[in-house]
Design a binder for this molecule. Structure first.
Ligand code: OGA
Ligand code: MN
Length: 285
């Protein structure tokens, strides 16, 4: 079995072929994949017929897995079900319903679990059923965008701490989306604004939809500053849009990648996507 790593787009996306990751793989093969995640930041695998058990087993090679927050479908498990299909009935969920709205928060540029005290290392998203059109997932690199910052801008970022707040970001979808109990379950957390990958020393900034303010700054000023960072990263020429084929598995490095889901006709097309999320190894700030 020869593993092939082929650059897809820009400096941060690669497609890996020649390996069936739904089956146990050799340590040496896994080490190549893990190293590729540090070298690139988004890894695409095609034709990986995962079920939840196999996806969980492969994901565990990267480290311990996050447990989904209880507001989600299937909350309290390792599988985040971000589908538009209700697993209980196998029917498309109503587009105007609470769950659709909640999931539409994923259409803002974000990095997974930045609202948790220990944010995620990586996410693995498996396309079990994908629509014929639309619903791409877009990615951009906060390392590439950081590298492009003028030196004085980089210097300004050093040592800054941002507040990331899930209630804030979901409030942008609809202020009434979460009740007090749901808000209380996800209190705001502190995150470093600059993060360094310990494997290669590469720095990136760390922002996204959950980033609501900068500690010690006026709220509006911090918010605008964090948003400006996102805007620099999401310039079209810096974005990779992943067009899903059934049984794709995409892995991304949440330490340095922003992503968002794109819309599709959710009343018409089934989209069944299961995500596992690898926990980070400690607080960032
Ligand atoms: C996610 C996510 C976007 C999409 O699973 O974390 O943001 O396109 N998904 O489904
Ligand atoms: Mn996400």
């Amino acid at each position: 079995m020869t593993l092939t790593i082929r650059r897809i787009r820009n400096d941060f996306t690669a497609e890996i072929s020649g390996v069936d990751i739904t089956k146990p793989i050799l340590d040496a093969t896994f080490a190549e994949i893990r190293a590729a995640l540090d070298e690139y930041s988004v890894l695409v695998f095609r034709d990986q017929k995962f079920d939840d058990d196999a996806q969980t087993a492969f994901s565990l090679r990267f480290g311990s897995l996050e447990t989904t927050i209880s507001a989600n479908a299937g909350g309290g498990t390792h599988i985040a079900d971000i589908s538009n299909v209700d697993p209980a009935t196998d029917e498309i969920i109503p587009v105007e319903g609470w769950r659709s709205k909640y999931n539409s928060g994923n259409e803002m540029w974000h990095t997974d679990s930045s609202f948790k005290p220990v944010p995620a290392l990586a996410s693995l998203l498996s396309g079990r059923e994908v629509p014929p059109e639309g619903a791409e997932t877009e990615f951009t690199s906060m390392r590439t965008a950081y590298d492009a910052l003028p030196d004085d801008h980089k210097a300004r970022l050093e040592g800054l701490i941002a507040i990331h707040d899930f209630s804030y970001s979901r409030g942008l979808v609809d202020p009434a989306l979460m009740d007090d109990k749901q808000r209380a379950a996800v209190p705001p957390v502190r995150q470093a604004v600059v993060r360094t990958n310990p494997a290669n020393g590469r720095k990136g900034f760390y922002s996204g939809s959950h980033a609501s303010e900068i500690v010690g700054w006026p709220v509006d000023e911090g918010r605008a500053f964090l948003k400006d960072l996102v805007n620099r990263a999401v310039k079209p020429e810096r974005v990779y849009a992943h067009k899903w084929q059934q049984y794709d598995l995409v892995i991304w490095d949440n330490r340095c990648v922003l992503h968002r889901g794109r819309p599709c006709d959710k009343s018409k097309h089934r989209r069944v996507m299961h995500r596992t999320t690898v926990a980070g190894d400690g607080p960032t700030a």
